[in-house]
Design a protein. Structure first.
Length: 300
C-alpha cells in the first residue's frame, strides 16, 4: 500500500465532551486517552480550560476535547469565560459526546443540551451506569431522551469500565471523517507540561480542602525549569480572601505541605523526572470577576 492509499484510509476528527458540571467528563477523557491529562475532584467547576486528549488506534486518531461544565449558577467573569469555552468548542468539532448521569436529566442538563449544534452527530453517553440499581428502568428513560434530541447513538456506560470505553471508541469512530491525522501517533495532549503542573496542583488543592474552599481559586506557575532529570517548579495559589489563604495553609502549614507533597508525587509520575515544587498562597480580591486578571492567569 503506497502513502496515498494509507493516508486516504485514515480517520481523524475532533470530538467534544460536554455536560453539566460534575457529570464525569474529565474521568471519561482520561479513560479514553489511557492516561490522566484532565484533573478530577468532587468539587463542581473543576475543569476550567479546553483540554485536548489524543488517542491513536489503528488507522484512526481521536482528538477529544474536554470542556468545562456549562455554568448556570454564577454570573461572574470566570463563568462567562468558561461558557464561552464550551460554545467555542462545539463550533468546530466533528461529533459531540453529551454526558448525563444514567437515568437522570435535570434543568442543568437541559441547558447544555440546548447548546448542541443540530448539524453535528451527538452521542448520548449515559454515564455512571454502575450506580443505577435497576437497569430495566433505563429503556423508558432512553426513549424520553430521544424525544429531547435526535441522538445518533445511545451509550449507557461507566467511564471506569474498560469494556464500555472500548465500545464507545467503536461507536465514535463511525462518525469521524477520512483524513490525515492532526498529531503524531504517540501524542497524548496538546497542553504543555507547565499547564499540566498547574492543573495537578489545583486538583490537590480542591481535593484536600473539600467544600471549605470556594471554587474561586486558581494556580499560576511562576517557575518551570528543566535541569536534566530534575524539574524545578514554583507555583502560586491565588484566592480571593485572607480567610481562604488560612484554609489552604492549615495549622502549622500542614495542609499546604500535603498539597505540595501529593502534587509533587503525581508530577514525578507524569513527567518521569524528579520534581522540586515550591508553593505560595496569595490573596487577589475579586480576581474571578476581573477580565484582566483572568487573562493574566491564562483564561483566554
Amino acid at each position: 500500500m503506497d502513502e496515498v492509499e494509507t493516508a486516504a484510509s485514515r480517520r481523524c476528527g475532533l470530538v467534544a465532551i460536554v455536560g453539566r458540571p460534575n457529570v464525569g467528563k474529565s474521568t471519561l477523557l482520561n479513560a479514553l486517552v489511557g492516561q490522566k491529562i484532565s484533573i478530577t475532584s468532587k468539587k463542581a467547576q473543576t475543569t476550567r480550560h479546553r483540554i485536548t486528549g489524543i488517542r491513536t488506534r489503528g488507522q484512526t486518531q481521536f482528538v477529544f476535547v474536554d470542556t468545562p461544565g456549562f455554568q448556570t449558577k454564577h454570573g461572574n467573569a470566570l463563568n462567562r469565560n468558561l461558557n464561552r469555552t464550551v460554545l467555542a468548542s462545539l463550533g468546530d468539532v466533528d461529533a459531540v459526546l453529551f454526558l448525563v448521569e444514567a437515568g437522570r436529566f435535570g434543568a442543568a442538563d437541559a441547558k447544555v443540551l440546548a447548546l448542541l449544534p443540530p448539524d453535528k452527530p451527538a452521542v448520548l453517553v449515559a454515564n455512571k451506569l454502575d450506580l443505577v440499581p435497576r437497569r430495566d428502568e433505563l429503556l423508558p428513560w432512553l426513549q424520553q431522551m430521544q424525544q429531547r434530541h435526535d441522538f445518533a447513538e445511545f451509550v449507557p456506560m461507566a467511564a471506569t469500565s474498560k469494556a464500555d470505553v472500548e465500545r464507545l471508541f467503536a461507536i465514535v469512530e463511525r462518525h469521524l471523517p477520512e483524513q490525515e491525522w492532526f498529531y503524531e501517533e504517540d501524542a497524548l495532549t496538546d497542553r504543555s507540561d507547565r499547564f499540566l503542573a498547574a492543573e495537578i496542583v489545583r486538583e490537590k488543592l480542591f481535593r484536600l480542602t473539600g467544600e471549605e474552599l470556594p471554587y474561586a481559586s486558581t494556580v499560576v506557575i511562576d517557575q518551570f525549569e528543566e535541569e536534566g532529570g530534575l524539574r524545578r517548579i514554583g507555583a502560586t495559589i491565588v484566592v480571593e480572601r485572607e480567610a481562604h489563604k488560612g484554609m489552604i495553609i492549615g495549622e502549622g502549614g500542614e495542609r499546604l505541605k500535603r498539597i505540595g507533597s501529593e502534587a509533587r508525587q503525581e508530577l514525578e509520575r507524569l513527567l518521569d523526572a524528579r520534581v522540586f515544587l515550591e508553593l505560595w498562597v496569595k490573596v487577589r480580591g475579586g480576581w474571578a470577576d476581573n477580565e484582566a486578571h483572568l487573562r493574566s492567569y491564562g483564561y483566554d
